[in-house]
Design a protein around this ligand. Structure first.
Ligand SMILES: [Zn+2]
Length: 75
């Protein structure tokens, strides 16, 4: 599922793929490169928090790990 996210800083629209209609995680605007933590509920962005580069990297790692462990065993 893909949703459209409008950057609160520059107003540029980007998209984020979601596994669920509710999501909290990192987002980077492709245009102004600003980093945020976004909260999505019911496919709508409910809140934005600015994020540092370091925090963003950490969150991405955590998300990647989660995705890895979510995969069913491939036997
Ligand atoms: Zn932006």
């Amino acid at each position: 599922m893909m949703i459209t996210i409008k950057c609160p800083k520059c107003g540029t629209e980007g998209s984020q793929s979601l596994l669920k209609p509710d999501y909290e995680g990192p987002y980077r605007c492709w245009k102004c490169r600003e980093l945020f933590v976004i909260t999505i509920k019911g496919n709508e962005v409910k809140s934005w928090k600015p994020l540092t580069e370091e925090e963003f990297a950490k969150m991405q790692e955590a998300e990647a790990l989660k995705a890895k462990f979510k995969k069913p065993p491939q036997d």
